[in-house]
Design a binder for this molecule. Structure first.
Ligand code: UDP
Ligand code: MG
Length: 342
């Protein structure tokens, strides 16, 4: 047990306000877990800077110079929470027995990580953190999130209810995850697909301590839509069914109007004509739009673009002393990944 190396991966995007506290709290936690011999003292906290525009990277970097637990991964630009997380998991997975992912804002109760470790030692490869209730969320966020889980379930996607990206994964699970090469990687949907032995730990989610949510409505909707179309072709089926039904209806209407014509009552109105034009036009547009959505996904997948680009990595590689300077300091040299030999 003593030798179990844990890495806590924390994606950060413009989190300068909360980061100092996050560092202190996670550091305390590591100390406690090390004392209890649940983890090795080679355990680390890996902060992934997702192209922040504020002082986030500076804070991570400076802390890393004096704190042996703190490591940083700076992505060259903002790639979004999911991709930043994957970057962190992959970097950490190589040198850790298990990895816990958690948001920078301390909304998830970090004491739960202890329970994660206990489950891990019992042999679980994946442990999901699940929120007991959503009281701290706004009514709007709560209802949209719940609607989302229900919809996903209805579409046949196996999500862990009320589980965000607070989870433990073993090194093996991360290795397997890397074999999913898709670009639109929706972790919450993929991880249950791995199928390893897993367990769930319940916790209360707190309010964001500082800073504001990096998931405004627009991003939330995009995230939900991506989640759905990355996993399910049910919407396309639905369009097919609607198309089929309207085709049958038009057959019925057609024969009805023909019958009227033969009976001599040919007062077919403009209204029915114009409404059917709109109806059919609308249906066609929906269908094309939806198909376009999937074609767009295929287009992205076929390009096989890398999900992220690493700028600086203080986790896997020791950086030469002369390069340990911050921007603005005299003679700053950024260690390029190529220079550090990776
Ligand atoms: N985040 C990120 N890249 C982004 C947006 C967010 O790495 O483009 C990080 C953010 O710093 C935080 C986590 O993802 O650690 C979750 O974001 P947030 O707490 O704002 O989302 P919410 O909890 O409101 O859903
Ligand atoms: Mg949050």
């Amino acid at each position: 047990m003593r030798g179990t190396v844990l890495t806590i991966v924390v994606p950060c995007y413009n989190e300068e306000e909360i980061l100092p506290e996050t560092i202190i709290r996670l550091h305390e936690l590591l100390d406690k877990l090390i004392d209890e011999a649940l983890i090795s003292d080679r355990s680390k906290i890996l902060f992934v800077d997702d192209g922040s525009k504020d002082r986030t990277w500076e804070i991570i970097y400076k802390e890393g110079l004096k704190n042996k637990y703190v490591k940083g991964l700076k992505l060259a630009r903002n790639v979004g929470h999911q991709n930043a997380l994957i970057a962190g998991l992959q970097a950490a997975g190589e040198l850790s027995d298990c990895v816990v992912s958690i948001d920078a804002d301390l909304q998830d109760d970090i004491q739960v990580i202890r329970k994660f470790m206990l489950r891990f030692h019992e042999g679980c490869e994946i442990v999901y953190g699940v929120r007991k209730s959503r009281e701290t969320d706004t009514f709007f966020k709560r209802s949209t999130a719940q609607g989302f889980y229900k919809l996903m379930r209805g579409l046949g996607v196996d999500l862990v209810y009320n589980h965000a990206d607070f989870r433990l994964m073993s090194q093996r699970a991360i290795k397997e995850l890397e074999r999913f090469k898709e670009v639109n990687l929706f972790l919450r949907g993929i991880v249950p697909l791995l199928g390893f032995r897993s367990d769930v730990v319940y916790y209360d989610r707190l309010e964001r301590k500082a800073g504001e949510t990096k998931y405004p409505l627009k991003k939330m909707l995009a995230f939900a839509f991506d989640g759905i179309t990355s996993f399910s072709i049910s919407p396309i089926r639905f369009v097919l069914v609607v198309g089929f039904v309207s085709f049958l209806m038009s057959l019925a209407f057609g024969s009805y109007f023909l019958m009227l014509k033969f009976l001599g009552a040919t007062q077919t109105g403009w209204t029915s004509l114009i409404t059917s034009i709109w109806l059919i036009g609308g249906l066609q547009l929906i269908a094309i739009g939806l198909i376009g959505e999937y074609v767009g996904k295929i287009y992205k997948e076929t390009k096989q673009r890398p999900k992220f680009v690493i700028d600086i990595d203080t986790f896997n590689l020791p950086i030469p002393k002369r390069q340990l300077q911050m921007p603005g300091e005299e003679g700053v040299v950024y260690p390029k990944v190529s220079e550090t030999g990776k």
